[in-house]
Design a protein around this ligand. Sequence first.
Ligand SMILES: *Cc1c(COP(=O)(O)O)cnc(C)c1O
Length: 409
Amino acid sequence: MNYNAYFTDALSRLRSERRYRVFADLERLAGRFPHAVWHSPKGPRNVVIWCSNDYLGMGQHPKVVGAMVETATRMGTGAGGTRNIAGTNHPLVELERELADLHGKEAALVFTSGYVSNETGISTLAKLMPNCLILSDALNHNSMIEGVRQAHCEKQIFRHNDTAHLEELLAAAAPERPKLVAFESLYSMDGDIAPVHRICDLAERYGAMTYVDEVHAVGMYGPRGGGIAEREGAAQRIDVIEATLAKAFGCIGGYIAGTSALIDAVRSYAPGFIFTTALPPAVCAAATAAIRHLKASQWERERHQDRAARTKAVLAAAGLPVMTNPTHIVPLFVGNPERCKAASDLLLSDHGIYIQPINYPTVPKGAERLRITPSPYHDDALIDRLAEALLEVWQKLDLPLKERALAAE
Ligand SMILES: *Cc1c(COP(=O)(O)O)cnc(C)c1O
């Protein structure tokens, strides 16, 4: 048997569908973000990163790096095992307290990633509620979809952010049946926001539990970085808040926050928690430093919004097809996988600008785009250079431009 043929065939299928992905070999430079070194086939080159989910640059913040280095020096590198085997490192206890406080919840539980927290969190919660019905937004992240799938209970998908459809499904379900409504507060590909209060109204009316993924909102929204639910004053109405330590907090790991009983039950039953080694103490200390900093500091949040707004304005004024939304995500519509990849390649090779193409299955076919994520450290000059580079690429690939805003001409 030629077992390797299975794998080469699978790869050819991806290539023929234009879905084969290549990752750039990058070296981040702490203190110089968003500047980085690209280890190109022709050797190292300086580039500017425009697609990082280290949204606020906290991955290079001196307090965060300092906490990681100091803790690793003092406590060593690994956690030494699962929490069932090796107990809990003190920095992880502190991190969970910090997270519970951030969301105004009784308790929080940390996992090795946001992916795992959704996958094992949703499936475990649903399994603990006999005959549970999960109502899941159509655009939920793959980690939530996997959690729903592994729950092995009935699920219904409601149209994206469509509360009328959600209400229809809730009303049709037996009133005494446990129901879990799972959604994201901020969808990271289109940059749109869920109607959090309206979903909570329905959940209350029909006796459902709410579970929200705030991965793309924590640190960035709300007066203390508690996310969209905090900003809208809805955190108390949400039963479970899930998020990551890997995006705006610049580290790695994920978590859920909720009542003590709920968190204790997931701690006690979730395989994706029980059977895997805990986060290293240095990572926990670094995440705690990032969360604490962003609870108190408004600078990063304000500057982040300002940079995103300016990027949108400059690109739109140049006639580039910015997809409008009320958040920090700047999607540029392309609508074709080859040209999306070609645009990304040209930006990197000709302009030293790194923006990963977003193709199917991350977005639907025909909705391919460049997803731009400005940070507090993308200054005016970088934004202007980005617009010029994009215009050149758009012209080279014969991609459509909109009517330019002819303000002063
Ligand atoms: C990135 C992401 C996750 C997974 O978080 P990680 O910490 O990167 O594993 C979960 N949900 C959404 C919406 C995401 O975009």
